[in-house]
Write a protein that binds this ligand. Structure first.
Ligand SMILES: [Fe+2]
Length: 140
């Protein structure tokens, strides 16, 4: 099943939301590559794109938190580190299983899609709320 940026995943922060959409597009490219082509190289390439974009997006989110002096930053960074580890494990799985196996597709669903949904709803929403609150307070 493809991932989707539904309304309950919107944070209200334009930068974060548009990057999440892009991230979800990359995830769907990976899911599609598992379904349509069983080739290891195709899955590897889409995983590379996802990995690169993840690094870009996490960095941007971390910059926003730093700028806003967000108090929950350390915990949030821990979450980002654990996701990057999951991506690393997907690379290992692709090597071990010589391509996108059903086990691989399951890991994408659980460790990428489900993780992202939970992360956005808890962690990213708090960041967006905090930024929104502090910047509005400054304007008053
Ligand atoms: Fe995040």
């Amino acid at each position: 099943m493809y991932a989707e940026l539904s309304n309950e995943l919107l944070t209200g922060n334009k930068t974060i939301d548009s990057q999440h959409q892009e991230l979800i597009d990359k995830i769907n490219d990976l899911i599609k590559s598992c379904e349509t082509s069983k080739e290891q190289t195709t899955a590897l390439r889409t995983l590379d794109y996802l990995s690169d974009y993840t690094n870009f997006h996490f960095k941007a989110e971390e910059e926003l938190q730093k700028k806003a002096e967000y108090p929950g930053m350390a915990k949030h960074l821990e979450q980002h580190r654990s996701f990057k580890k999951s991506i690393q494990e997907l690379y290992e799985m692709l090597q071990e299983e010589e391509g996108p196996s059903p086990r691989f597709a399951e890991a994408v669903e659980k460790n990428v899609v489900e993780w992202l949904y939970t992360h956005i709803q808890g962690f990213d929403r708090s960041v967006a709320e905090y930024i929104n609150m502090t910047t509005n307070a400054e304007r008053l």
